[in-house]
Design a protein around this ligand. Structure first.
Ligand SMILES: [Zn+2]
Length: 84
């Protein structure tokens, strides 16, 4: 399990959330090995920022492949919630 910190920079091992549609958020994570940005649009982000399925870096030659968690994810989901 790899923990990603929330951040605005493109530092390795960070993430930044973005809105995909009303009331829904996804995130871009930066590979902790190579710095490649990867969207989680095709992943589920669950309670406490746990991401399923595992994330594998798409950059050739990078072997990052692990389950990840987005630190402080729930807090920011709440800030952006517009009501169900
Ligand atoms: Zn990588």
């Amino acid at each position: 399990m790899e923990i990603f910190q929330r951040g605005y920079s493109k530092a390795k091992g960070t993430y930044k959330e973005y809105k995909v549609e009303k009331g829904h958020l996804s995130a871009v994570v930066v590979c902790p090995n190579c710095g490649n940005p990867m969207s989680l649009i095709n992943h589920q982000i669950r309670d406490h920022g746990k991401v399923l399925p595992l994330v594998a870096c798409t950059l050739p030659g990078c072997d990052f492949r692990d389950y990840i968690q987005l630190e402080n994810w729930n807090h920011y989901v709440d800030l952006n919630r517009e009501g169900d």
